[in-house]
Design a protein around this ligand. Sequence first.
Ligand SMILES: C[S@@+](CC[C@H](N)C(=O)[O-])C[C@H]1O[C@@H](n2cnc3c(N)ncnc32)[C@H](O)[C@@H]1O
Length: 277
Amino acid sequence: MTSFDEVADHYGDDSLLDTISNGVTRMGKTTGDLTIEDLAPVDEFHIGGAAATRAFLENLGVEARDHVLDVGCGLGGASRFAAATYGCHVTGIDLTREYVETGIELCRWLGFEDRVRLVHGNAMATDFANATFDKVFLLHVGMNIPDKVALAEEAWRVLRPGGVLGVYDVMRMAGGDLTFPVPWSTTPTTSFVATPGEYRSSLEEAGFMVVEERDRSAAAAQFFADLQGSTSQTEGPPPLGLHVVMGADAPDKVRNMIGHVLDGTLAPVEMIAQKLG
Ligand SMILES: C[S@@+](CC[C@H](N)C(=O)[O-])C[C@H]1O[C@@H](n2cnc3c(N)ncnc32)[C@H](O)[C@@H]1O
């Protein structure tokens, strides 16, 4: 089994669509009257949820005429958010088959089939032609990818000259062992958290110019409070939330990640980089 198979195994769950469908019913909704806001608690699998996506896409400068690539799109929440907010076309690619299959169904429920296309594949070697996209982004994906230079090179290849890459990942701010599980990995084997300096040098080696970097830890505080509440077993989680994608050990994953952000070992960091050309 490769480390990529292990990553897909970590996230994969064949009952995901049924669980989300049951959650929708428990919310008193049907798939016909559902909104992207209803699904955001479960399909925006990164620190800050939909609010973080909104702020990040503003910084990325997405426009209606853009064709955008969402690398490691998961269930496609950010892809649909980008298409709905900016009117752009989005392609999402993800390693986890169950996420892509579920995400395609969510696009059908919400009527996004003409603007959002989700495909199953590895971000390290995609089938997209050179210079296909105006913008490329990844939200909380690099933590599963050991070779950040190769990841950046593939993003560079599929971006048009002058195109922009946005990264929003959990990065390492201080040394020390991480406590597992965390949301992106059950063990250290599939966790490749890197420092902002390592991201910057990888991006530059691939040919990008880093134009912006911001630590989003402060903005995450309210999200953490809500997340801890929603994954707490005693209070009972809401019908849809990140506990649905994180599984039975969601409270441990959340507690460990929040602990490391609060003690300064990890931070959610945004980077914007331009393909010169
Ligand atoms: C924490 S989830 C984030 C999902 C999504 N970006 C979001 O914010 O909702 C990480 C995602 O990265 C995907 N992923 C990890 N390694 C990948 C790779 N090499 N190629 C494509 N997707 C990958 C996983 O399958 C998973 O869906």
